[in-house]
Design a protein around this ligand. Sequence first.
Ligand code: OAD
Length: 260
Amino acid sequence: MHERSSDDVREEHVRAVAGRLRAARAVTVLTGAGVSAASGVPTFRGRDGLWRRRRVEELATPAAFARDPRTVWEWYAERRAAVARCVPNAAHEVLSRWSRELPGFLLVTQNVDGLHERAGTADVVRFHGSLWEVGCWAGCAGVPRRWRDERVAFDDLPPRCPSCGAPLRPGVVWFGEAIPTEALERLEQALACELFLVVGTSAVVYPAAGLLDAAAARGAFTVEVNPFATDASGRVDLALRGPAEDVLARVDAVLRGAPG
Ligand code: OAD
């Protein structure tokens, strides 16, 4: 999916985004699977995307888990093992630096792979949970609602709750489930920005996809970074048509160099 380069992205647009990043008092970036594409993590809806090979309803819904927790876990265990072999790419690195250096910067991600965190990003708002967390499917009182679990190999699937023995569930948000409260509590901050960048997402899964319009309605300048046109392309002020690892690195180079 990331065979395109940012050669078609005009330098004046790269400079315009760098200028806005420098001037904005608050910046929010919403990321999707495309930021991890260059790390080798498959996207959901791309040519080799996860949802091209498997039906969402078979794996990423509470009903699927209730029906067959083992099969659902086999898929998540495979994803854990695959992601554990991947490393953050230039897009993660640049966003991490901005999170530590730009005042008022907030990263909201739909990704569950943990690569933003591994790149050292300060304060990641995880809209769809994490591949590296689990919870008790029965919701028993003997354990926290969610906790970190970084195993990539399991003796038995599904893994069991240490307190009540019910299956553990992956700590990701499935279709039909609510966005985690900790993420929703950050919405006000995320929308109160002067610049909103939407990077590497097909912008079709709500409510995340709606953040763009909500930020625009409150006056934010909106920018998309994606090698392909998406549902969001016609709604942003500026679309940079190139891979995130390339476009963000170019913007960062301008930001760190002499003002354009
Ligand atoms: P998608 O797979 O729907 O979209 C990935 C986007 O990344 C596409 O628009 C690609 O064009 C773009 N892309 C590919 N390579 C890229 C690159 N190198 N740089 C930048 N962009 C690139 O993934 P998401 O939009 O993240 O939800 O999907 C949203 C949600 O749907 C996911 O969080 C997941 C999924 O079902 C849940 O699991 C709840």
